[in-house]
Design a protein around this ligand. Sequence first.
Ligand code: GCO
Ligand code: MN
Ligand code: MN
Length: 383
Amino acid sequence: MNNGMFEPRPEHKFTFGLWTVGNPGRDPFGDAVRDTMPPVDLVKLLAEVGAYGVNFHDNDLVPIDAAASERDRIVKEFRVACDTSGLKVPMATVNLFYDPVFRDGAFTANDANVRAYALQKTIRAMDLGAEFGAQVFVLWGGREGVETDACRRPDEAIKRFREAVNYLCEYNIAQNYDYKFALEAKPNEPRADIYFPTTASYLAFIPSLDHAEMVGVNPEVAHEHMPGLNMLHSVAQAWEAGKLFHIDLNDQVPGRYDQDLRFGSATPKQAFWLVKFLEDVGYEGMRHFDAHAYRTEDYEGVKDFARGCMRTYLILKEKAERWNTNEEIRSILAEIETTNISNRFENAGDLLAIEFDRKQLSEKGLRYERLDQLTIDVLFGVD
Ligand code: GCO
Ligand code: MN
Ligand code: MN
């Protein structure tokens, strides 16, 4: 039903990571359930389902131990695949979590050699992304954390992390790459605790950087839901601070392990407010899906998963338009905002002189029950 209407188009800026559609279904309790698909085939799959772009970690594309000649061959083949299918590479990132060398973290590790290696690996990943025209570089510190706080003082970790990001900004300037860095927070998993557990933590940290203007955030639905936070509120704070450089869309039931579910599949109402916000404010960045298909699926199911993420986004976008133009919703909103007093007072004396009728102010019904039911009506298609 309504297939044309919810068909992804390039202007929707839908992107997927190689690691998302390429996820073979391995988890801590079981092995891969799907054969590993080479990056060039994943590009074809993404083009077939209608994505705009593909993102990658350095090692999604080039194995960590690849020789220079192998790297060049892989890059060449991948470029041909992207050009042929018309897929862009808007974002690149670095894997600082898989290899055992990062078992104690990367930029925050206690061993200075590990910290230096992490920086070297990151600038190489920046070089790789720049070859494909990536404009955003995501930094997710998956291993920047602890099982025991005996290992280091957490404020020392913050200082080390700052030093690393400052270094990367200098490299960005020296190479003329013009990247925007997007810091991605997550409270735990794979470490017991990860430093900078929420988007708001990074927003507080960014102004302390040498090149704060170059650095923003990449909030992820699952990462805000895991500790029971409101993704919309985190995104709104980032947006208001001019720091929403990227976004990771997926879904997650609060309080569970990291689920990475298809966008909108577990908490559709929260997804609705999020899509409505992004569309209302005119967010122009990528709509990146950082999720993966159920472990039950074959590659046809992976396509269903990818199509589902985009379709749900577009359905919710249409619902947001309906919400915005719904007569009753509009009239309730107008009623709520009615005010006959200025909230700016030249001097405190003006404010102190006013006699407020507290009783009258507390008597007015706000009609949020009705407003929320109208939202449910819109979402269920009975408006
Ligand atoms: C996770 C993260 C990652 C990052 C990715 C980009 O929970 O594993 O969301 O998927 O987004 O590493 O840097
Ligand atoms: Mn995640
Ligand atoms: Mn993510």
